[in-house]
Design a protein. Structure first.
Length: 223
C-alpha cells in the first residue's frame, strides 16, 4: 500500500535560503544610524536563528552598549525591521537545488510549511521574491504563534494550520533550535550541514544529516 505523503516542516534561514548577506546589510545600515561599527559575515551568522529580537540585541551587544530595558530594545527592533522588511529578499538566495527539490516534493503531495523564528512578513517576502512561496501551504514565523522554536508548540501550530497531525511529520532544519523543537515534538529531524548551526551537528540527535538539499527525498524515504 502506498504511504500517505509525509507532512514536512522546513526552517528558512540556513536551510532553504542563504540570508546572512542580506541580514548583514540590514543590520549594518541599522547600526550606522547609531554611529556603530559594522558586523562582518561571521558575526552575523553567529546571531542567526534566535529571532529578530535576539538578532538585534546581539548586534547591539557586539558593537557597544546594550539597551537599558525592554522598551529601548523594542524601539531598536522596530528601527531594524523597518530597514530589513523594506527589502528582505535583497542579497538573499536559495541554496543550490532547493527550488527544484521543493517543487518535486510539493508535486508528490507532501503538505509543507515553513517554521522559522524570523517574523512572518519578511519570511513571506523572501519566499515570494525567490519563487518558493507556491510550495508552501503555511508560513509560521516567529511572531505568528505564541511560541517559537525550540518550543515544539511552534511545530504543532504549523501542523494544525496544515490540517496535519504529527504522525509521520518531519522537521528539516540546520541548527540546534530545529533539532530541539523536532525532538521535543517527537518528530524525526533531518539537518542540512551547510547552514548556520552553532553546535556540532552530530551532537544534536538528528535522524539524518545531508550535505546537499537534493538528497532530502532519499533521506525521507529512509526514515
Amino acid at each position: 500500500m502506498t504511504e500517505t505523503p509525509r507532512p514536512l516542516l522546513f526552517d528558512l534561514d540556513g536551510t532553504l535560503v542563504d540570508s546572512a548577506p542580506g541580514l548583514r546589510n540590514a543590520l549594518n545600515r541599522f547600526l550606522a544610524t547609531l554611529g556603530r561599527r559594522s558586523l562582518d559575515l561571521a558575526e552575523v551568522k553567529a546571531l542567526i536563528g534566535d529571532g529578530s529580537l535576539n538578532l538585534v540585541a546581539g548586534a547591539l551587544a557586539a558593537t557597544g552598549d546594550s539597551p537599558r530595558d525592554a522598551a529601548e530594545l523594542a524601539w531598536h527592533l522596530d528601527a531594524y525591521l523597518a530597514i530589513y522588511q523594506a527589502s528582505a529578499a535583497a542579497e538573499t538566495t536559495a541554496f543550490p537545488r532547493v527550488a527544484d527539490t521543493l517543487a518535486a516534493l510539493a508535486a508528490a503531495g507532501h503538505p509543507m510549511a515553513v517554521c522559522t523564528n524570523k517574523p512572518e512578513r519578511p519570511s513571506r517576502a523572501i519566499l515570494e521574491g525567490l519563487g518558493l512561496a507556491a510550495n508552501f501551504d503555511v508560513v509560521a514565523g516567529g511572531d505568528t504563534l505564541p511560541v517559537r522554536k525550540p518550543d515544539p508548540g511552534h511545530l504543532f501550530g504549523a501542523l494544525d494550520r496544515l490540517g496535519s497531525t504529527r504522525e509521520r511529520a518531519v522537521m528539516i532544519g540546520d541548527n540546534e533550535h530545529d533539532a530541539a523543537a523536532g525532538r521535543a515534538a517527537g518528530l524525526p529531524v533531518v539537518l542540512v550541514t551547510y547552514g548556520y548551526a552553532r553546535l556540532p551537528l552530530d551532537s544534536l540527535g538528528a535522524a539524518c544529516l545531508i550535505d546537499d538539499f537534493a538528497a532530502l527525498p532519499a533521506a525521507l524515504d529512509a526514515l
